[in-house]
Design a protein around this ligand. Structure first.
Ligand code: NAP
Length: 311
C-alpha cells in the first residue's frame, strides 16, 4: 500500500479534535508537516508558518488537508494545487460557489485529486436513510438544527465576519445530509436570515424549500441561541406514509417511531478512508450542493436584524 505523505494547514479545533488523531491511526497516511500561522507545534512533525515554506522544505509531500476558515481556502487550495499537491477541503469547501468551480477545474487540469469533505454524510444512519428514500416522494421535511454558539464556537471571530457563514456553519451540515438523502433536488423558496446588529453573519435562519413535486411543508430552522439540550434533527415524511427521523446530527435513524440505525460516529475515519480510495484511483470527489443551497439562501433571503451578540 502506498503511504500518502500529508500536511495539514491550520491547527485549530477540528484539526486537534479529528484530523491529527485520525491520521495518526490510519496506516494509509503519514503526517509529514503542518502549517500554522501561530506556529502551533505537533510533536515529531515540522511546523511552518506558511504553506509556501512547507512545500519548499518538504517537497515529497503528496497531499494537504486545508482546515482554515473558509474565506481563505480558495487561495490556499490554488497554491497547493500549483505546488502539485492533492487537496482535501474541510467543510464548507470555499466561501463562494465560483471559487469551488475554479478549484474543480484547476485540480482536473493539473491531474490532482480534490476532495470536498462533508463529515455529516459519513454516518450509517444517513446512508441508510438515502437508500430508504430512493424513488420516494418527500411530502414533508423539517430540519431543526439549534445549538449554543457560545458552547461550540467560543472566540471564533471569523465565523461572525462576512463569508464566515454564521449559523450556516453548523446548518450546512444538515444541508449536506439532506442533499445526500433527498430523492430529488431541493430549491430554496424563501429565507429569513437574522443578523445580530454588530455581526456580518446570521445567528439564525429560517428556510422554506420546494422541490419540482412539492411546494409546501419543506423547511429548516437554524438557530445558535439554544441553551440547554441541543437539537440536530431532520424529520421526513414520504407520500407513501413512511416517517423518518434522523437525530443526533445524523447518528441515529428512526423509521415510523422505531429505532432503525444507531452507530457511534466515526465520520473522520471514514473521510480519510475515502480520501485514500480517491488517491488510489486518481479521482476527485466534489459535492457543491450544500454550498449552493447556502448561497441561494443568501440570494433570496430577507435580512432581519436582532440584538448585538457578544461572545
Ligand atoms: P478554528 O478553531 O478557528 O481553527 C481554524 C484555524 O485556521 C486557526 O486556528 C488558524 O490556525 C487557521 N487560520 C485562521 N485564520 C486563518 C487565515 N486567515 N489564514 C490561514 N489560516 C488561518 O476553526 P475550526 O473549528 O477548527 O474550523 C475550521 C473549519 O473546519 C471550519 O470551516 C469549520 O466549519 C470546519 N469544521 C469545524 C468543526 C468543529 O467542530 N470545530 C467540525 C467540522 C468542521 P493556525 O494559527 O494554526 O494557522
Amino acid at each position: 500500500m502506498a503511504i500518502t505523505k500529508i500536511g495539514i494547514i491550520g491547527l485549530g479545533k477540528i484539526t486537534e479534535d479529528q484530523h491529527l488523531p485520525v491520521i495518526a491511526r490510519n496506516p494509509a497516511f503519514e503526517l509529514a508537516a503542518v502549517t500554522s500561522q501561530r506556529g502551533v507545534k505537533v510533536e515529531g512533525v515540522p511546523t511552518f508558518r506558511t504553506p509556501a515554506q512547507m512545500y519548499e522544505a518538504v517537497p515529497e509531500l503528496d497531499a494537504v488537508a486545508i482546515c482554515t476558515p473558509p474565506q481563505v481556502r480558495h487561495a490556499i487550495a490554488r497554491e497547493a494545487l500549483a505546488a502539485g499537491k492533492h487537496v482535501m477541503l474541510e467543510k464548507p469547501p470555499t466561501a463562494t460557489v465560483s471559487e469551488l468551480d475554479d478549484l474543480t477545474r484547476d485540480a482536473a487540469a493539473r491531474g490532482r485529486v480534490l476532495f470536498t469533505t462533508w463529515h455529516s454524510q459519513y454516518n450509517a444512519a444517513v446512508i441508510h436513510a438515502r437508500r430508504l428514500l430512493e424513488g420516494e416522494t418527500v411530502k414533508r421535511l423539517m430540519i431543526t438544527w439549534k445549538e449554543d454558539v457560545r458552547r461550540w464556537h467560543p472566540g471564533q471571530k471569523w465565523i461572525w465576519t462576512a463569508g464566515g457563514f454564521g449559523v450556516f456553519d453548523p446548518g450546512i451540515n444538515a444541508l449536506s445530509i439532506v442533499t445526500e438523502i433527498m430523492p430529488e433536488p431541493l430549491f430554496v423558496a424563501a429565507a429569513d436570515l437574522t443578523f445580530p446588529s454588530n455581526c456580518d453573519a446570521p445567528i439564525a435562519a429560517s428556510l422554506r424549500f420546494r422541490t419540482a413535486k412539492t411546494a409546501e411543508g419543506l423547511g429548516a430552522e437554524f438557530d445558535w441561541r439554544q441553551t440547554g439540550p441541543q437539537t440536530w434533527e431532520i424529520e421526513i415524511e414520504t407520500a407513501a406514509g413512511a416517517q423518518l427521523k434522523l437525530a443526533n446530527g445524523g447518528g441515529r435513524l428512526e423509521v415510523n417511531g422505531v429505532l432503525d440505525v444507531e452507530r457511534t460516529p466515526h465520520e473522520y475515519e471514514d473521510i480519510y478512508d475515502r480520501f485514500a480510495e480517491l488517491l488510489r484511483d486518481g479521482r476527485s470527489l466534489v459535492d457543491a450542493a450544500p454550498l449552493r443551497l447556502v448561497a441561494d439562501a443568501f440570494m433570496v433571503g430577507r435580512h432581519l436584524t436582532t440584538e448585538p451578540f457578544h461572545d
